[in-house]
Design a protein around this ligand. Structure first.
Ligand SMILES: [Zn+2]
Length: 79
């Protein structure tokens, strides 16, 4: 799984962080990766949120569904 380091305007869509959480790299943006949900949404996640979402699943298609579900919940809550 390759994450992009120091990407311009990087922001995790779940935790909203934009800065690298590692103290040695705090001047850099957060390492992130864009995932495509089952409904075709582009969801940008940081590594720790990705780890959180994938620790309980066994196949990639499960993640695609989780991304849509969580995105829709966040939208309803307006977060
Ligand atoms: Zn995150």
């Amino acid at each position: 799984m390759s994450f992009i380091y120091d990407k311009k305007n990087a922001q995790c869509m779940w935790c909203k962080r934009t800065q690298n959480p590692h103290p040695d790299y705090s001047h850099e943006t957060i390492p992130s990766k864009i995932f495509i949900s089952k409904k075709g949404r582009k969801i940008e996640l940081c590594f720790s949120c990705y780890e959180n979402e994938t620790k309980a699943i066994t196949k990639a298609s499960d993640l695609e569904e989780i991304l849509d579900k969580k995105f829709e919940i966040l939208k309803v809550l307006n977060l």
